[in-house]
Design a protein around this ligand. Structure first.
Ligand SMILES: Cc1cc2nc3c(=O)[nH]c(=O)nc-3n(C[C@H](O)[C@H](O)[C@H](O)COP(=O)(O)OP(=O)(O)OC[C@H]3O[C@@H](n4cnc5c(N)ncnc54)[C@H](O)[C@@H]3O)c2cc1C
Length: 383
């Protein structure tokens, strides 16, 4: 089997890449470990930036995300200290700053788009198929994989590795542990959310409330021990702890559902390319969930890799170098931004608390700085 392009991993980033390469007229093989019709067992909420909406529109899948909840405002504060900044879609002159969906809905919408693309002929998606290794020669990559029917192999001129952890690429990955765990959950409150998202920094970690349907999707970061306890606690104690951590700006929390815990680490592939393969999405960099940047950055990886392949062709010898150079600023911008936020905000230092308060107040009152931050959060460091 020979293909112009192989995509390893059919999560949101891999699926987006395969759709765009198919639209560019390339023969594409997508290999995904999940079985057909098996949904990811993970209901994490995803705040898609307005920039990601534009990418999903170009892929023809945005209109299928009927339940996406728009974010009109983002309110940023720190617990027990002064200072806040509010970003608004009106100020940014956009219809919304972003949209909240859940990972499972996004994955299934992309799965349906892949299934439709497959019926048109050029794209093949093989599910229940795990990639074991990739070997490179100057002109192509040799991929070995395992499926229920046994071992198999293929050749591709270019490979997009979107397996979420870079294992398939066999490259070195640097891991920075935060000693933090995120709890995701859905909660209802007795006040309407008015499409406002809250990011509240606490010494233990950030707490985000994202408007989602009639309530909020919560991403609450803390120490692994306390997160596991809160995940296992009854609804009453959980809601009381959330109320104590967040305060009453969103009203009284009345119900909780769909709690799950996620261990957090920063994982950075030493090089975003290897031979004929480009690492994209979480394979290239898995970020702390603060500020909801990981998938948005991954979708930009996907879009820009596909654009570079469109422009140069899949066999171009300079393709990987060009892709790597094109993504450097945005990639390190995303890593530095999220890691910096965690380091600056996840501590109880009084002088730093004061400096953060002054920083948030200045940001809130200086429109050019606000515009700079909003544009980078929405469109990335090249935006
Ligand atoms: C609690 C939490 C909240 C988050 N919130 C946000 C947010 O608000 N906004 C945001 O932008 N990001 C957010 N993120 C980050 C976001 O979830 C990830 O960045 C995103 O899921 C990465 O997508 P991906 O397609 O690169 O990888 P994944 O979603 O991990 O998909 C990888 C795919 O590859 C497949 N696979 C793995 N190994 C193989 C193999 N060997 N062969 C074949 N297939 C394989 C897997 O089955 C999977 O389908 C959050 C993360 C967490 C933990």
């Amino acid at each position: 089997m020979d293909f112009d392009a192989a995509v390893i991993g059919g999560g949101p980033v891999g699926a987006a890449t395969a759709l765009e390469l198919d639209a560019a007229g390339l023969s594409v093989l997508l290999l995904e470990a999940r079985e057909a019709r098996e949904l990811p067992g993970d209901e994490r909420p995803i705040a898609l930036s307005y920039g990601s909406r534009l990418i999903l529109e170009r892929l023809g899948v945005w209109d299928r995300l009927h339940n996406a909840t728009p974010i009109a405002r983002i309110h940023i504060s720190q617990r027990g200290r002064f200072g806040r900044a509010v970003f608004s879609a009106d100020e940014a002159q956009l219809p919304a700053l972003g949209y909240v969906v859940d990972y499972v809905t996004l994955a299934s919408v992309l799965d349906s788009a892949l299934a439709e693309a497959q019926t048109r002929g050029r794209l093949q998606a093989r599910r229940g198929t795990r990639v074991l290794s990739i070997a490179h020669d100057p002109a192509s990559a040799h991929i070995r994989f395992e499926s229920p029917s046994g071992m198999d192999e293929c050749y591709a001129s270019v490979v997009a590795v979107a397996d979420g952890n870079a294992e398939a690429a066999g490259v070195d990955v640097r891991v920075v542990e935060y000693d933090q765990t995120a709890i995701s959950a859905r909660v209802e409150a007795d006040l309407p959310h008015g499409n406002t998202a809250f990011e509240r920094f606490t010494p233990d970690g950030p707490l985000a409330l994202l408007p989602c349907g009639s309530g909020y999707a919560v991403v609450w970061v803390g120490s692994p021990g306390s997160a596991e306890e809160l995940c296992a606690a009854g609804p009453g104690p959980f809601l009381a702890a959330l109320q104590a951590a967040f305060g009453d700006r969103a009203g009284r929390f009345t119900r909780v559902a769909a709690r799950a815990s996620h261990r957090i680490a920063l994982r950075i592939a030493a090089h975003p390319t290897a031979g004929r393969a480009a690492l994209i999405g979480n394979s290239a960099q898995a970020l702390h969930p603060v500020a909801g940047q990981g998938l948005n950055l991954g979708l930009r990886d996907a879009w820009e890799l596909a654009s570079e392949i469109r422009k140069r062709g899949p066999t171009d010898p300079g393709l990987m170098q060009a892709y790597s150079a094109r993504r450097r600023v945005d990639r390190f911008g995303g890593i530095g931004f999220t890691h910096g936020l965690v380091k600056i905000f996840s501590n109880d230092s009084s002088p730093l608390g004061l400096a953060r308060g002054v920083g948030l107040t200045l940001l809130d009152n200086f429109p050019p700085a606000k515009d700079f931050v909003v544009r980078r959060m929405i469109f990335g460091a090249r935006g």
